[in-house]
Design a protein around this ligand. Sequence first.
Ligand SMILES: [Zn+2]
Ligand SMILES: [Zn+2]
Length: 282
Amino acid sequence: MLIGAHVSSSGGIDSAIGRAVDMGADSVQVFTQSPRTWRPTNHDPAAFDRFRERRDEAGIDGVFCHALYLCNLAAPKDDVYDKSVAAMRNTMEVASAIGADGVIFHVGSHLGAGMAKGLERVLPAMEQVLELSDDATWLLVENSAGAGGTIGRSLDELTTLVDRLDHPRLGVCLDSCHLYVSGIDVTDRATLDGLLDDLDSAIGFDRLRALHVNDSKAPLGSNRDRHENIGDGLLGENLGVFLGHPRLQDLPAMLEVPGADGHGPNAEEIRKAKEIHARWTK
Ligand SMILES: [Zn+2]
Ligand SMILES: [Zn+2]
């Protein structure tokens, strides 16, 4: 398992690799621009080459770009929808330029319009982003925490997207916290076995390309997306059931935890995740 983290890329996208190495990460996830604004970063193309060089030197095997949280591909309003599609397309272009393994994104919320209406927005938007993907850089849907009309809250909804698009470069990313708060107890081995079996038969295990490893502040089935530091939340030591699952060992597993003072994942969090992983894979 390539245990890594979401890291800042402020000061140039290639700076993320040094930060990842410093915290002991074996895989890395970055934003391709500031997550608080729609305006895309004007990257220096030389930074893309430096990113690839540093990544190779560091031996970091999994690289992912996370789309902006502002994006809502199911948005009923045209202005939000258009900005979301443009931002996602830009994220895919940058991801491909740095040789990332995938763009991970939250589908978004239909905001009460219903799943059918939501899909009418989401599917053509995803098609546009997939057009820009390549054999190295896939598009990965992340399972949602299930709040307020968000699409992708269950294996059924992920399966609907994969089936309807039927695209060879469309995959999924499973987040341990989102699974837990959407009612799937990933600390229970039989439950996790069942989910992975169902995923295999519904969409194919080869489409599972990345994991997000987060503890949860919010209870099972609460649909509240509140990440907690490794071992400090309701999953606690039993996060090891997820981290240590034999079928997940070839995957990149990236932390998106608050860290110390909310500054994001750090060396201590990676160390704890690797320790739990080691105990549960003995
Ligand atoms: Zn996540
Ligand atoms: Zn989350």
